[in-house]
Design a protein around this ligand. Structure first.
Ligand code: KG4
Length: 347
């Protein structure tokens, strides 16, 4: 815990914040100035530890966070060239997530508060994804629509300000990233499945230039959902992939899996824009790493939509810089959490 790095005061004019993220399978600590300039964003990914199980194993996750968090913390300060004495606030993810994993990050924040009197600001993990774009110099005015597509969540929010998020749509069952991972597992592809499915889909598109206009092998998801309702559902297509796997080309399955799921995402986003009249959209979460999804969203966006997402893929997946970014806005609002703040698996 003792980073003896001399302070280089890289941004004496700004407020230096520390972010801590440990809600799932990434251990991350970041140093950010004024909630928008990243000095360091250290991430240890546990992917290889969970890969044999094709999904995140909670017990493995918390043990791994415990082993890694001190070195990730020290490396974040060192790379940023700041001393812990320079840090004005410590933003930490306290919800939602795996309880055992959240507790490890929470404990680091508590130590920093006890030893260095650094104010603690707790942060909602889902909300923090919406604040990753502000780390790339983008300006988005409130209210905006937030589209989150990750391994654990699929949702659309109406964001009025920090801690003012109204959920417009969520998934009835699986999250999109989870569906990618399960489809990949059925097809014998490596974990995490998203990049593997995307690779096969691209191979299919290259070999079949007219693939996008051909009949899709999967039915439209939630085709009977009333026009005024917004929701996601990705468990049915998982079963459809399982059935198709025996007789269809895996590249075609991946191509149509993306076509079908991305169509639902863009359909629901259009509904959200129509029902709210808001055309500023912030998209984030691990699935936004997909170049194919980025293209699908851009192609379906109306001309007057302002759609932004983190260009740097590292900011789409779980990272502590986005925690510090939201934390900065909460710190400026006056939020301070007590030492015995709770962590929670729910929002
Ligand atoms: O945000 P994130 O780190 O999620 C949680 O931990 O909740 O995102 C991880 C998810 C995984 O399910 C992974 O398969 C998916 O993001 N993903 C992708 C791609 N890259 C990562 N999904 C589709 N296409 C990709 N290229």
């Amino acid at each position: 815990m003792n980073a003896a790095t001399p302070s280089l005061s890289p941004a004496a004019d700004g407020i230096i914040g520390l972010g801590i993220e440990s809600s799932c399978d990434e251990t991350s600590v970041s140093v950010v100035v004024d909630g928008r300039e990243i000095l360091s964003n250290e991430i240890y990914s546990q992917i290889s530890e969970h890969a044999p199980y094709h999904g995140v194993v909670p017990e493995i996750a918390s043990r791994s966070h415990l082993l890694k968090i001190n070195s990730v913390y020290e490396s974040a300060l060192q790379k940023a060239g700041v001393s812990i004495e320079d840090v004005a606030y410590c933003a930490v993810t306290s919800r939602p997530g795996l309880t055992g994993s959240l507790m490890i990050g929470a404990q680091l924040a508590r130590c920093l508060h006890l030893v260095h009197s650094i104010p603690i600001v707790t942060v909602d993990h889902i909300e923090s994804h919406m604040y990753a774009v502000f780390l790339e110099g983008k300006q988005v005015e409130y209210p905006f629509l937030g589209l989150l597509l990750s391994g654990g969540n699929s949702a659309i929010f109406l964001v009025h300000g920090p801690e003012q998020m109204e959920r417009l749509a969520t998934t009835m069952d699986d999250a999109l990233g989870e569906a990618f991972d399960k489809a990949a597992s059925v097809l014998g592809l490596a974990y995490p499945g998203g990049p593997q499915v995307e690779k096969l889909a691209l191979q299919y598109a290259q070999k079949n230039p007219n693939a996008a206009s051909a009949r899709c092998i999967f039915p439209r998801i939630l085709r009977d959902l009333p026009a005024e309702r917004m929701a996601f559902s990705f468990s049915g297509i998982k079963t459809a992939v399982l059935q198709a796997a025996a007789e269809r080309d895996p590249e075609l399955i991946c191509f149509d899996f993306q076509r079908t799921t991305f169509e639902l995402v863009t359909r629901m986003l259009k509904r959200a824009v129509q029902s709210t009249g808001i055309k500023r959209i912030v998209a984030s979460g691990g699935v936004l790493s997909s170049g194919s999804l980025r293209t699908a969203l851009e192609e379906s966006a109306e001309r007057d939509w302002n759609l932004v997402y983190p260009v740097d893929r590292k900011l789409c997946t779980d990272n502590a810089a986005m925690v510090a970014s939201l934390g900065y806005r909460l710190f400026e609002k006056g939020n301070r959490n007590p030492l015995d703040f709770a962590v929670s698996s729910r929002r």
